[in-house]
Design a protein around this ligand. Sequence first.
Ligand SMILES: Cc1ncc(C[n+]2csc(CCOP(=O)(O)OP(=O)(O)O)c2C)c(N)n1
Ligand SMILES: [Mg+2]
Length: 340
Amino acid sequence: MDEQGNVDQANFPKGLTDQKIVEMYKYMLFARALDAKMLSLQRQGRAATYAPLIGEEATQIGSAFALRNQDVFVPNFRQHGVFLVRNFPLDNFFIYWKGYEDGGKMPENFNGTAVCVPVATQLPHATGIAFALKHMNKDAAVVTYVGDGGTSEGDFYEALNFAGVWKAPVVVIIENNQWAISVPRSKQTAAQTLAQKAIAAGIKGVQVDGNDLVAVYKATSDAIADAKNGPTLIECVTYRMSMHTTADDPTKYRSEEEVDEWKRKDPIARVKAYLTKKGFWNDDMEKQTADEQLKKIDEAVEKAEQFKPDPKSMFENVYSFIPETLKEEMDAGVAADFWQ
Ligand SMILES: Cc1ncc(C[n+]2csc(CCOP(=O)(O)OP(=O)(O)O)c2C)c(N)n1
Ligand SMILES: [Mg+2]
């Protein structure tokens, strides 16, 4: 799907209906609305550090829609859009990003792992889960995400190598948003593409326009369908339109012109153009959808803000058992009403 919302019929995925694209489009809007809310909460001191997704909606929603229920989702720290599609409870989402681990609890049917901040450490886990699924003869794949920066980590190469040797059913999606905090893609690697890193591991590698919802959906669906034969690496070329996290100021290291250039490639605008042209979308629907989504978001924030954390959870979630020294600290802290 190009920037004007025209699609390439010859490569259009079979079974992708316009009704489904409407549904995906609504999720793209939802993800962006959630992002805006998180940013505003963080700026008011009502949320902790947050990594915005704005600009990366097609990569996240397009791939998330390709996952089947039995497929396991292994995120890093920026896939809030995939969490939405996987029906992660919104109030838990807000609790988590307020800094409370309690919000990170996965619902039974979520079929995914927790947010993972240490860069690329999720990848060996993803490959390991995929290896186990294969060993158990399950008809399921693992879909995992990593940033452009993450592809320079040892964990990335080790995960790909192992997956290649064992033909583990894992799909590794590189969310190449052009920046790793202040390090640009050009300084990240001399490799011409990130997709070509698949070659060394002897696995399939694909590069797609990560701002093209349909291309991402197709690449991910194809990779999942073929996962029983081995892994695929998909590079989604997209752009981080906002800051790395709320602790970052991108104006210090990149130009406004660059951001403007990518804003013209907005992944949401082209889906809107496509659906509007075909008569599946209009301004009234946009307004109604925004109102409904905002209501859901506001209700979830209200619920999340009533959550009272148990101060002990700060200690209890670190080790499977609490070492004596930490226990002393915990008891002293709780007893001193430090938390009130
Ligand atoms: C192992 C490790 N090293 C460094 C960091 C600090 N850090 C957090 S995110 C990040 C950059 C990640 O960039 P990229 O992989 O492109 O993902 P993006 O943030 O752009 O989504 C760094 C260096 C970390 N969390 N973990
Ligand atoms: Mg990046």
